[in-house]
Design a protein around this ligand. Sequence first.
Ligand code: KIV
Length: 264
Amino acid sequence: MKKITINDLIKWKQEGRKFATSTAYDASFAQLFESQNMPVLLVGDSLGMVLQGRPDTLPVTVEEMAYHTRCVRAGSPNCLLMADMPFMSYATPAQACENAAKLMQAGANMVKIEGGEWLVDTIKMLTERAVPVCAHLGLTPQSVNIFGGYKVQGRDQEKADKMVKDALALQEAGAQIILLECVPSSLAKRITEVLDVPVIGIGAGNETDGQILVMHDMFGISATYMPKFSKNFLAETGDMQSAVAKYIEQVQDATFPDEAHTIA
Ligand code: KIV
């Protein structure tokens, strides 16, 4: 696989070519994903749940994120690698800069932060200092205690309009990717159409520019809970390489997510 940059993703958006992405946490899986031409990987703070067995992502530290980012980069030299900034590591723009530097020096090409318009100054500060940003909207798992659980976001008109406004403000501030989690597909479509930057969805229907899955869900090995919008591609194919290839193929031809895996 050739080295993937943000310019490839922008070009694909302009051409209407959909792309698949996945979380990854170690070198072996990163290598497997790269061998199947997965262009983008995310070292998600979901590692707190799927690797560490915690009830949510809040306990994850910057040092843990940097460690797993180094592991994934070692296995996938060519993917565009995003790394999550964990809970409270970007509470102020200055903190964000200090902690983002650790993830970039561990091999990330971009950091991901959760939140809306309040992140504008942080995004400006990071991008002016050469740290590319993906902004995560919708069900932002670090806010689980504010939401009172993992719930679909943006269902009513007022909240949907606010999310569109947030997405535009984040793009204007310099965010180069917007990630939408657990929002109605009609809202994800609206945001994807209104933005120039690529939009990646999870539980957001099949009209975003890209899709992402937590890799444990893609392989059906999440111990306790499988979200309705996820699909076990390993059950359908029988081996991990074919499961990854099938996921990529179904994202590219927009057959995943289908209606059964979409939030109306
Ligand atoms: O941490 C993570 O894995 C994520 C994905 C759910 C997008 O943020």
